[in-house]
Write a protein that binds this ligand. Sequence first.
Ligand SMILES: NC(=O)c1ccc[n+]([C@@H]2O[C@H](COP(=O)([O-])OP(=O)(O)OC[C@H]3O[C@@H](n4cnc5c(N)ncnc54)[C@H](O)[C@@H]3O)[C@@H](O)[C@H]2O)c1
Length: 267
Amino acid sequence: MSKVGIFGAGWVGLVTGACFAELGHEVVIRDVVPEKIEALQQGRVPFHERDVPALLERNSARLSYTLDVDDVADCEFLFICVDTPPTYSGDADLSRVWTVVDELPELTGRPVLVMKSTVPVGTGEKVRAGLDERGLEHVGYASNPEFLSEGRAVEDFMQPDRIVVGAFEAEDADSVAGLYAAIEAPVVHSDVNSAEMIKLAANAFLMTRISFINEIANVCEATGADVVKVAEGVGLDKRLGPHFLRAGIGYGGSCFPKDSLALKQLA
Ligand SMILES: NC(=O)c1ccc[n+]([C@@H]2O[C@H](COP(=O)([O-])OP(=O)(O)OC[C@H]3O[C@@H](n4cnc5c(N)ncnc54)[C@H](O)[C@@H]3O)[C@@H](O)[C@H]2O)c1
């Protein structure tokens, strides 16, 4: 079992930490918001997500919460799970990611910095160069994007459709994939750029399906067809599948709008 440090006690960081602890790893979660860390130390979860409180409680001996970056210094893996909101232009704001890189404590051995935050393609290459400039050539780097949905986050983490790991060095990819050894899911190994693109492309595809069925719903309304039946009939085609074909108010949430903007900026 490994020692895992996590930057960010938000949705992704806390779920990742809780699930890694459930898998038997020792986990240190670091955030910069004192109220969040105090709440977690007192056994309170700062947001509502099914199964997370039970996992945190059951694995409390393997979990700790801190504001002090030095507490992750002996971790073998350092997961970046900070927020990457859109800037005015639509580009992802990576300032919190760079703060984490700047704040890394003195690290020995070969820890691996793992990007779970959603970032534009090319970020890993820039972070790799940034690590090298800071004399951290001995720190590995991997992209391991997260696909969980809020509301079913623990289920999504523990029973994922796939685990994506992109790395510059095969040994880093293997060690990150090893953290998930107890989870049965296909592991997609790729280069770092492709791993970053898989996350953006998957979200864009899901959004396209939502927008597509809404356009079909408009035509249905004008022609007297029933979009629910249409979606059922279309979704039973194995080449297409039934998911994300429910007509409604369009896509939203904390990720789809910002991730589509970030992809547009790249394109
Ligand atoms: N929420 C989702 O459903 C979801 C799903 C997949 C991927 N993602 C991606 O994961 C990333 C995190 O998303 P989230 O929803 O967990 O965000 P969040 O806003 O809920 O949490 C981010 C946390 O990072 C903390 N933080 C900021 N700077 C820090 C620092 N220097 N050190 C330690 N902690 C720091 C913040 O205080 C906050 O608690 C984003 O890139 C997002 O796009 C989110």
